[in-house]
Design a protein around this ligand. Structure first.
Ligand code: NAP
Ligand code: MG
Length: 509
């Protein structure tokens, strides 16, 4: 929960709200507080239109796949809908539809016309934002406050931003002529399902490419509902095709010989497999992969703000964030204070029903991810780091994990080196700026990082030495469509967002 969105959050210290009233009866001063807790404020799902069964969206038509898979709500275990599982024939059909649309309409259409479709789509997303936020929360487990205030506004902003570029590519690359690449195969993860779809689709389409998109198995619904909006916006058939399925579907898409470019966001392990698949084919690719960001707090930092930044860095979206601030480095002199304040703040986080507007920490996305987090946390304990978890009660149904911190960590610990992708923070201390930089860079990843200090000069010095694609100063987890995002080392190849996000989708002549 980025700081900007804090007001009204349940994290706003229920304890102080519980202070004794003037008559000393111990009654809450605020009528929305019941005892220790905020009264439930569930977002309604009555307005959501979800079908029981979704087909594949190919060539502007809804095509039935013979095999079906179910998607559940990870907060309850309830089945939300079944979707198709695209086998090799369906992948083939989707790529052929995209090829036809590329050759017959989209690549030939003037940029200003392509831009109109994208603007229309952006406006439709804004109109339906509330419904899409609810579906995103139900399918993936993230708090409604985040899907409503962060994911959906950013999704619309991305389409608006790249719609604006569609007829200005000559200005984006002065003196060069930008030509689209052709058919793009895009594969995305489950942590920001609709936002990742927007990051992929908007620049590809603005540049004149056509797309086959494969969302993650556990979160296909908002991509399918986006396909409905694409239909409503009147896009020519085949410009966008959405095929659902598991990893095998993604693999078939990536390996398809008529795909000109692959854009992948997901784990480093799968990114490496894709690189092997594409080696020697001459096809273009971008890979947005994992991370293990360092969040560095100097002793001259505003401590209370930094604690909010730590919480936002690692507990936003249950830590299912590639750029999460999952390694905390605190300067030795303030380490005890920071850890004490952090623990106190963690106790105030509201964990539970993701559809409740008070909720700060929602459900873990899947049983599989929960197992992965448990295994890594157990390994941290076994390796000798000290584990502390906040005291929230976990709901009985669904998948949940308590906000967790580790102190007394060593650089060699698995919890310091591996991406956990859950609400788990590994804390270390440092004495000098040089030590902080050395420890921060001692990772195979290089996606993001944060620095907290009162001194502007220190911000410039430290951020210039950290090898990461995205760096925040005195804040964390802030995104903007105009700002490029991407990593170094095992965090990937290529940038998404901004002017830089256009380059992977064009050939310059
Ligand atoms: P993942 O397991 O790598 O899956 C990502 C996508 O690839 C899913 O749609 C998956 O399908 C599909 N897939 C699986 N195996 C494949 C294969 N062999 N060939 C082609 N596609 C395949 O990653 P995840 O667990 O969904 O997502 C978490 C990871 O994404 C984390 O490592 C996180 O850091 C990273 N991430 C990076 C960024 C960034 O911008 N750098 C942003 C968000 C997330 P199924 O889901 O159906 O198996
Ligand atoms: Mg689901």
């Amino acid at each position: 929960m980025p700081e900007g969105q804090k007001e009204g959050a349940a994290g706003a210290k229920p304890k102080s709200a519980r202070a004794k009233s003037a008559d000393g009866a111990g009654k809450s001063r605020y009528d929305f507080v019941e005892g220790d807790r905020y009264a439930p404020a569930p977002e309604s799902s009555d307005h959501v239109s979800l079908r029981d069964s979704y087909q594949l969206f190919i060539g502007g038509e809804w095509v039935r796949a013979p095999r079906r898979i179910e998607t559940i709500n990870p907060a309850t275990g309830e089945v939300l809908a079944e979707v198709g599982e695209a086998g090799p024939r369906m992948v083939d059909r989707a790529v052929a539809a995209a090829r036809q649309a590329y050759e017959k309409t989209w690549s030939e259409m003037p940029g200003r016309e392509r831009g109109k479709y994208l603007f229309r789509l952006a406006r439709l997303i804004q109109e339906r934002a509330r419904e899409f936020a609810v579906v995103e929360t139900m399918d993936g487990g993230k708090p409604i406050r985040e899907s409503r205030d962060i994911d959906l506004p950013l999704v619309a902003a991305h389409f608006f931003y790249y719609a604006g570029w569609a007829d200005k590519l000559d200005y984006a690359f002065p003196g060069r002529r930008a030509r689209p690449l052709g058919v793009v195969g895009q594969v995305i993860p489950w942590n920001f399902p609709l936002l990742m779809a927007a990051w992929k689709l908007a620049p590809a389409l603005a540049c004149g490419n056509t797309v086959v998109l494969k969302p993650a198995e556990t979160t296909p619904l908002t991509a399918l509902k986006l396909a409905e909006l694409i239909e409503e916006a009147g896009f020519p058939p085949g410009v966008v095709n959405v095929i659902t399925g598991a990893g095998k579907t993604g693999q078939n898409l990536v390996r398809h010989p008529d795909v000109d470019k692959v854009a992948f966001t997901g784990s480093t392990a799968v990114g490496k497999l894709i690189q092997k698949d594409l080696a020697g084919t001459g096809r273009r690719f971008t890979l947005e992969l994992g991370g293990k960001a360092a969040n560095i707090i100097f002793d001259d930092a505003p401590v209370n703000q930094a604690v909010e930044g730590i919480v936002n860095g690692i507990f936003f979206n249950q830590g299912h964030v590639c750029c999460a601030g999952s390694r905390l480095f605190v300067q030795e002199g303030i380490a005890d204070t920071v850890v004490r304040k952090l623990k106190r703040r963690m106790e105030t986080l509201v964990l539970g029903d993701p559809l409740d507007k008070n909720t700060d920490v929602g459900a873990i996305n899947s049983q599989e991810q929960l197992e992965r987090i448990r295994v890594l946390v157990d390994s941290g304990r076994e390796e000798g780091a000290r584990c502390w978890q906040s005291g929230q009660k976990l709901p009985r149904k669904g998948f949940w994990f308590k906000p967790t911190i580790f102190t007394e960590c060593a650089q060699s610990h698995g919890i310091v080196q591996k991406e956990i992708f859950g609400p788990v923070l590994a804390i270390q201390t440092f004495r000098t700026p040089e030590e902080a930089v050395e420890k921060a860079n001692n990772t195979p990843y290089g996606l993001s990082g944060g620095v907290w200090t009162d001194k502007g000069s220190k911000i410039f010095k430290i951020t210039s030495q950290i090898r990461a694609g995205v760096l925040w100063a005195n804040t964390f987890n802030k995104f903007d469509p105009a700002s490029p995002f991407g990593g170094y080392k095992e965090s990937g190849i290529g940038r998404e967002g901004g002017l830089q996000g256009l380059a992977p989708y064009v050939e310059l002549r």
